[in-house]
Design a binder for this molecule. Structure first.
Ligand code: BF8
Ligand code: SF4
Length: 611
């Protein structure tokens, strides 16, 4: 597809990455500051030029401020998505969004029970209270930990947060406080700054993202195993192809429904098409593949390539991870890029604003726009690659427990007996700094070969699926122990747990395992990796995992090397307090090795000789 792009005269992310070389060294090290207009300032990493900004800020201050601003942006993105979900949920109860409903009452009741809400009532009453508690977590003004974190995080973890004074008090407030503290002349202490970064990240993982996942399950169903397929080959030449790209299922769910509407299918046929294909991309794709088996066209680095097939009649986007280049690529073909959120408009795109109150009508309007664009295809430019891969997805915590026969015990037993040596979470993006999908796939393969059960989310999931790792037969690539477990349970060795907000499913699973064993999450043979991360959301995710006791390996270097103090804090000192820490390795092999070593040492500590 990259070659097709070249011959069609399309510029891609890889071309622009080349053009950016060499990238700014100060930026890479995190050493430039433009937080006020006495600057911009930069610190000389070689100690020959300036060692302080105009205001006197040191490398440690500048690196920390820059890093936690990334965390703030990531936490804000996730949590704003969570808020939107909670607001639609509240409107269901108020009868304002006829297109949405409470689909999974059992899930709502389980959330309510955790929150201490009386479930012995009409479901609407329960829903009202749960919605209220969630929205309060975004706006309350006291200093108590947010209700969702309090209800979901293990007691021992919460104690650590209290001791460090990093328990999130309000999801939005922690983000705002980062912006305040990093304003010129406020917080200059690297440790203090990074603690606030942790607090905001915890507000994301145990707050905003968690609310996003839980309420999406209630409204659209908790995922269960379902077969589907992934890669650009899911597009079909003779059908209207609609790609839904971005993050919120509130939109993509409705697009899926509208495309199944008889009236729309007839309209498509009247234009000469055989039907309508909806395919996902990035995390909103993960949402609909997890719940309905809707195929996924690709992950982050494939968004431009999808349009390059010449067969995408509309690319419908909401927000996050949408490259502004899409409209330039679309100009070379007939594709309509349709923006739907007032928060995310692209110059050159058609804007059809989505409103949950009129969801069905607007979704149909979007599908209709795609259908009407079908006859505009340029035949000579169509080229859909054949590649697509099948697999089983849909592993929520609930469905994993079901697959295990109703409790975690068989998994715990397999871990104790050593059939499964440990669990790894692989998450995150693509990044043109590394070969597309290579880190994701190779790390996963090495881990399963060593009897590590792999779970993951986001663009990792799509990479793993394209490589066949979600097929039950992929168990053949696993070590003998893991292979036997997979065959017995009829599951693949790598489990798709959802979109990036659904990393909270991993937090919940790890907490449940720790509680069942009566230990802290940090004592478990568990490790995480983000081999190809690029987004600020990934910074927040990595931070909340580390602050929840999980050893996390990054495959691309965050902009912190300008300060030894910050590097030491994140890769060494933090372990003493939270039990988790960061590491950075560039090759998949080394990333997997670090994870394997960590898991082996935790097994030994936990199980003694049996480890
Ligand atoms: O939230 S993994 S490139 S799509 S940021 Fe984006 Fe990264 Fe993909 Fe989803 Ni997550
Ligand atoms: Fe320079 Fe300090 Fe202003 Fe940053 S805050 S731009 S280091 S003077």
């Amino acid at each position: 597809m990259k070659e097709k792009a070249k011959s069609d005269g399309v510029e891609t992310v890889w071309d622009r990455f080349e053009e950016q070389q060499p990238q700014c060294g100060f930026g890479q090290l995190g050493l430039c500051c433009r937080n006020c207009n006495m600057g911009p300032c930069r610190i000389d990493p070689f100690g020959e030029g300036p060692s302080k900004g105009v205001c006197g800020a040191t490398a440690g201050t500048i690196v920390s401020r820059n890093l936690i601003r990334m965390t703030a942006a990531g936490a804000a993105a996730h949590s704003d998505h969570g808020r939107e979900t909670a607001l639609v949920f509240k409107e269901i109860v108020e009868g304002e969004v006829p297109g949405y409903e409470i689909k999974d009452e059992a899930k709502l009741n389980s959330i309510a029970s955790r929150l201490g809400v009386n479930t012995d009532r009409e479901i609407e009453e329960v829903a009202k209270d749960v919605a209220e508690i969630a929205l309060e977590d975004f706006g309350k003004q006291d200093d108590e930990v947010i209700s969702f974190a309090n209800a979901y995080a293990p007691e021992s973890l919460q104690q650590v947060w209290q001791e460090l004074d990093v328990a999130p008090r309000n999801i939005d407030r922690e983000v705002v406080e980062i912006m305040h503290r990093t304003h010129m002349g406020v917080d200059a202490d690297p440790l203090n700054l990074n603690l606030q970064g942790i607090r905001a990240a915890l507000g994301d993982g145990w707050g905003g993202s968690l609310i996003g996942t839980e309420f999406s399950d209630v409204m659209f169903g908790t995922p269960e195993p379902v077969e589907s397929s992934a890669n650009l080959g899911v597009l079909e030449e003779n059908k209207v192809n609609v790609i839904t790209h971005g993050h919120v299922p509130i939109l993509s769910e409705k697009i899926v429904e509208a495309a199944e509407d008889e009236e729309m299918i007839e309209l498509a046929k009247s234009k000469g098409a055989d039907g309508i294909v909806v395919a996902g991309m990035c995390c909103t794709g993960n949402e609909i593949i997890m719940r309905h088996g809707i195929p996924t066209a690709g992950n982050f680095l494939q968004q431009e390539l999808a349009i390059t097939t010449g067969a995408v009649d509309a690319m419908v986007v909401d927000y996050q991870c949408i490259m502004p280049s899409l409209t330039d690529v679309a100009d070379c073909y007939h594709t309509k890029v349709i923006t739907t959120s007032e928060k995310a408009k692209l110059p050159g795109a058609e804007h059809i604003e989505f409103d949950p109150a009129k969801a069905d009508k607007i979704a149909k309007q979007i599908i209709k726009t795609a259908i009407e664009n079908y006859p505009a295809r340029k035949e000579e430019k169509i080229g859909i690659p054949e590649e697509k891969m099948d697999g089983v997805v849909g592993f929520s915590v609930e469905s994993i427990v079901d697959a295990l026969g109703g409790s975690l015990d068989p998994l715990l037993e397999a871990i104790k007996e050593g059939q499964i040596k440990g669990i790894a979470g692989i998450v995150g993006c693509n990044n043109p700094k590394v070969e597309h999908d290579e880190g994701h796939v190779e790390v996963a393969k090495k881990l399963i070969a060593n009897d590590i059960l792999v779970v993951g989310t986001g663009c990792w999931s799509i990479a793993a699926m394209k490589d066949g790792l979600f097929k039950p037969e992929a168990a053949e690539l696993a070590g003998d122990g893991l292979q036997a477990v997979c065959e017995q349970l009829e599951i693949p060795p790598c489990l798709h747990m959802g979109s990036c907000v659904d990393n909270t499913r991993i937090l919940v699973a790890v907490s449940a395992i720790a509680e069942a064993l009566g230990v802290e999450p940090s004592q478990l043979p568990v490790a995480g990796a983000a081999p190809e991360w690029m987004s600020e959301k990934a910074v927040s995710i990595g931070t909340y995992f580390v602050a929840s006791g999980i050893f996390t390996v990054l495959g691309t270097t965050p902009p912190v090397l300008g300060s030894n103090e910050v590097v030491k804090l994140l890769t060494e000192d933090i372990e003493e307090v939270t039990g988790g820490k960061f590491a950075v390795e560039s090759t998949p092999n080394e990333i997997a090795d670090l994870m394997l070593d960590h898991i082996a040492s935790k097994r030994k500590e936990l199980l003694g000789e049996r480890g």
